[in-house]
Design a protein around this ligand. Structure first.
Ligand SMILES: [Mg+2]
Length: 287
């Protein structure tokens, strides 16, 4: 056997070994991804995408927020921010809106997770945001147009990261939502120079120093008050402490698909199987 033939055989053997290694790695990695045969998102997603109940609830929430906006504009002492005490009438009026599942309907992204039998990953979420293709939540566009017509500033406080701000703005503009050029009204997590944390209180306080905040609108307790990631019982207690504000100056959109309510149940770092098992253990099945 010539040197060249030996060398050729050695190369083939080495290539075959590499091929098998890559194949084994692929099989292993396929097992590593969170491929699931049952998917707890399925019913909540279908409810958001297809039910008359979700559509009616979201539209009604925004219609009632629009009615509250008129009352708030007539009352110069009105504020949706508990800390915004004292004379606020001199400040320009504004409302604070969350974006995801408040203005932007990302249920198509959740639909991909279900259809692909996988679970959330930051990379997949980044890809979805780059598409800038989210629809609007029912009622959101009408409310935003109403607020604009009354010269009320719309301030978007979102936990989308600063690196996704341009695609987020693109998505809003595609939906016909105007954004001012002279003022940054989209406050993203990590945005310089403030480097905002995911907890939204600091952004609300910053805005409350500059605007009279008439309404807060969101789909997560964290869109209204600090403490959204506390234990479930504490979260319920916290929400009840502010019962006077719900439906008056705080308006909550339904989101059964995800949120701090889910994160408060179990650590996010748990593997997928352990999370599913843990969720079953949390379910109350006795009086
Ligand atoms: Mg949201």
């Amino acid at each position: 056997m010539s040197q060249n033939a030996r060398s050729g055989n050695a190369k083939r053997t080495s290539r075959q070994r590499r091929c098998w290694s890559v194949f084994a790695l692929l099989v292993f990695c396929t097992g590593c991804t969170s491929h699931r045969d049952t998917h707890e998102l399925l019913d909540s997603l279908l409810w958001v995408q297809t039910s008359a109940e979700y559509d009616a609830l979201a539209s009604t929430t925004y219609r009632q927020a629009g009615e509250a906006l008129d009352r708030a504009l007539e009352d110069p002492s009105w504020s949706a921010i508990p800390e915004q005490a004292g004379a606020v009438a001199h400040l320009p009026p504004a409302v604070i809106l969350d974006l995801d599942e408040t203005v932007l309907d990302n249920s198509a992204f959740e639909g991909r997770l279900v259809k692909q039998r996988t679970s959330f990953s930051p990379l997949a979420w980044d890809d979805w945001m780059r598409e800038a293709a989210a629809r609007a939540v029912p009622g959101a566009l009408e409310f935003i147009a109403q607020a604009h017509s009354k010269h009320v500033a719309i301030l978007y406080v979102t936990n989308r990261h600063a690196r996704q701000e341009s695609s987020t703005r693109e998505n809003l503009e595609k939906l016909g939502i105007p954004l001012p050029q002279d003022l940054d009204t989209v406050l993203t997590e990590g945005e310089p120079p403030f480097n905002w944390p995911s907890e939204k209180s600091s952004r609300r306080e910053y805005l409350a120093g500059r605007f009279r905040i008439l309404l807060l609108i969101g789909d997560d307790l964290g869109d209204f008050v600090a403490g959204a990631r506390d234990a479930p019982e504490q979260r319920v207690r916290l929400a009840r402490e502010h019962s006077q504000r719900w439906g008056t100056s705080w308006f909550l959109l339904p989101n059964p698909m995800y949120g701090s309510w889910e994160r408060s149940l179990l650590p996010a770092s748990l593997p997928d199987d352990a999370r599913l098992k843990g969720k079953r253990q949390v379910i109350r099945d006795e009086r």
